[in-house]
Design a binder for this molecule. Structure first.
Ligand SMILES: C[S@@+](CC[C@H](N)C(=O)[O-])C[C@H]1O[C@@H](n2cnc3c(N)ncnc32)[C@H](O)[C@@H]1O
Length: 212
């Protein structure tokens, strides 16, 4: 993987701490939906944590939880560790995780939940399978992975997501807004069933996949 962080926006930086306007905009609705859903005292694994803003926001909103952020890119991990200073050690040092790597979950413990936002459309299609395969390994029965971002939903697909899909494919033919039906099928293959679908602002979706 190249060492260029994958995002599509201008970000401000203070030292190593990055500020994503998209993450900032998405944080309030994500907090509304997810804060009540994290199990008590949960230790949560986040894949593709980006700047680390979501991790810090969840840890602030839920003082009982702890969080394992990760990203393939060093600059992102450094930013995550910096945001972690705001939440008294409840964000663990960021891990290097690339879900397209072979058995990326090998050295990980079990987690009570997983979270991944805005990753699978700017990563190759194999990232969906890698995410599902890892979730099946690190989540116990009954635990959920929460996946946030844009999706195609057949005839229901928002015009904005079709346009976004085209623009992503122009930048990189491996990228694209994934079809919810394909994602659902891949997760089901690994024993994770779609248990919740929440319509979020700007035609995003929050999906819960529960391990059976
Ligand atoms: C648009 S950013 C989203 C960051 C953050 N989740 C958010 O919503 O603000 C996409 C992130 O996915 C990460 N990423 C890309 N390919 C990945 C892969 N194969 N495995 C894990 N993370 C990946 C990038 O490094 C980047 O930080």
């Amino acid at each position: 993987m190249s060492n260029t962080p994958k995002h599509l926006e201008e970000r401000k930086k203070t030292g190593v701490r990055e500020y994503s306007p998209t993450a900032e905009r998405n944080t309030p609705p994500l907090l509304d939906v997810l804060t009540p859903l994290w199990p008590k005292n949960a230790h949560i694994l986040e894949v593709a944590s980006g700047t680390g803003q979501h991790a810090a926001a969840f840890c602030t909103a839920r003082p009982d939880i702890s969080w394992q952020p990760s990203d393939p890119h060093l600059a992102a991990r450094e930013s995550q560790d910096d945001w972690g200073q705001d939440v008294q050690g409840r964000m663990k040092p960021a891990l290097e995780i690339d879900v397209t790597a072979d058995k990326w979950w090998r050295k990980l413990q079990e987690y009570d939940a997983m979270f991944c936002a805005n990753m699978i459309h700017i990563a190759p299609p194999e990232s969906v399978e890698g995410l599902a395969a890892g979730a099946a390994k690190v989540l116990p029965t009954g635990a959920s992975l929460y996946l946030y971002g844009p999706f195609q939903e057949g005839a229901e697909t928002a015009e904005s997501n079709l346009t976004f899909d085209e623009s992503l494919k122009c930048r990189n033919p491996d990228w694209g807004v994934r079809h919810l039906s394909d994602v659902k099928h891949i997760f089901a293959t690994y024993g994770l069933k779609l248990s919740k679908r929440v319509v979020m602002p700007k035609e995003n979706r929050l999906l819960a996949f529960k391990r059976s």
